[in-house]
Design a protein around this ligand. Structure first.
Ligand code: SF4
Length: 370
């Protein structure tokens, strides 16, 4: 796999001999965008952070909490050195002297490997202070501004943007927040070893061999899932909790544009396979409950809207829902997506909008009266 390549800090050595503007141009030409799900152009974030004034910080977002997503865990387990190397390159580009790896609490078993990689860096270079902070846990802690509040010892609520973290972030200092995989790509780009079409897919659910699979964008869903050996007849594919749900189609070509055209989001390349033996209504209710549990409660649409969705899902399961409830579900889903403050709320109903579109039969247990 591309990500397992041992670069021996040669990407960093080469980067240190280059001008940061040249490096930004190289990253721009690579087409790299954020692998944490938002796909913001990486060169642009680096460039904005570089042009900010004052003491700067790099934060590596290792708070990977999206259900069914474990590719950052895989990278940190198999090759923590490349992540540390990427952090040092990003720090060189924006002229930061402090960096923080913000690790998901449940991933604390990775701590030893990451600390060893930091020690290795310190022996050879050591001009950046790289700290490892273990998160208290929580889905919202992976949001780029909630991380900053958490690092400052505050409740991890998202912040309003602007100002963006690259202008005013951790302790009001310009802060570059990048995902693990994004940073791990930097040494490969600098060494000319980067393949822009390769992606790490987290595959789980009704498959014999769940795990992280490397594949080229453009592979069909059927080809990719065959490698994980599906159990039974796949019926649905969940793109994490926040990426939506699609009917399983082996001929579906996996590209971001294709999935977006269908109303889903291939943000972190998460594929949870659900076969026809599962009760989809229960699966959907679990997703709705997940967002109720993980909402930070700061804004009304997400805090109050998601519990209403759970209420209606329970009515459908009990057989007491009406057609009016079903139309309310759709209105709630759109309203929450349009008016929530942060990405969690905005994406919290994508599953519902796609489920209503592709699995109307699952919601048909509603009385036609109102
Ligand atoms: S959308 Fe949800 S998670 Fe985001 S700020 Fe509002 S309540 Fe918190």
């Amino acid at each position: 796999m591309q990500i397992e390549r041992h670069t021996g800090f040669n990407g960093l050595r080469k980067a240190l001999s280059m001008n940061p503007d040249e490096l930004i141009e190289l990253i721009r030409n690579s087409g790299l965008t954020g692998r944490g799900g938002a796909h913001f152009p990486t060169w642009k974030k680096l460039s904005l952070a570089r042009s900010s004034q004052g003491e700067k910080i790099v934060v590596c977002d290792a708070e990977e909490s999206e259900p069914g997503t474990f590719k950052d865990r895989f990278i940190l387990e198999k090759n923590p050195l490349i992540v540390v190397e990427g952090i040092a390159i990003a720090s060189h580009i924006i002229e930061a002297r402090q960096a923080i790896i913000y690790l998901r609490g449940e991933y604390s078993f990775l701590e030893e490997g990451i600390r060893k990689a930091i020690e290795e860096y310190n022996k050879l270079f050591g001009d950046i202070n790289i700290h490892l902070i273990i998160s208290g846990g929580g889905y919202i802690c992976g949001e780029e501004t909630a991380i900053l509040n958490s690092l400052e010892g505050k409740r991890p609520n998202p912040r309003n943007k602007p100002p963006f973290p690259v202008e005013k972030g951790y302790m009001d200092k310009p802060t570059l927040v990048n995902n693990v995989e994004t940073l791990a790509m930097l040494p490969l780009i600098i060494l000319g070893d980067y393949d822009p079409d390769l992606r790490l897919f987290s595959i789980s659910g009704n498959v014999e061999k769940p795990g992280v699979y490397e594949a080229r964008l453009g592979i069909t869903l059927g080809e990719l899932i065959a490698r994980a050996k599906p159990i039974g007849n796949p019926r649905a594919v969940l793109l994490g909790a926040s990426g939506g749900v699609l009917r399983y189609d082996p001929n579906l070509v996996l590209t971001m544009d294709n999935i977006e055209r269908l109303g889903g989001m291939l943000g972190m390349n998460t594929l949870i396979i659900i076969n026809d033996e599962q009760d989809l209504l229960q699966v959907f209710k679990h997703i709705a409950e997940f967002f109720v549990h993980e909402s930070c409660g700061l804004c009304t649409p997400c805090r109050e809207g998601n519990p209403r969705i759970v209420d209606i899902m329970e009515k459908i399961i009990d057989g007491t829902a009406t057609s009016r409830d079903i139309s309310l579900l759709e209105r709630l889903a759109k309203y929450i997506a349009d008016t929530s403050m942060c990405g969690l709320g905005k994406a919290s109903t994508k599953w519902l909008l796609t489920a209503l579109k592709y699995f109307p039969e699952v919601f048909s247990n509603a009385k036609s009266n109102n």
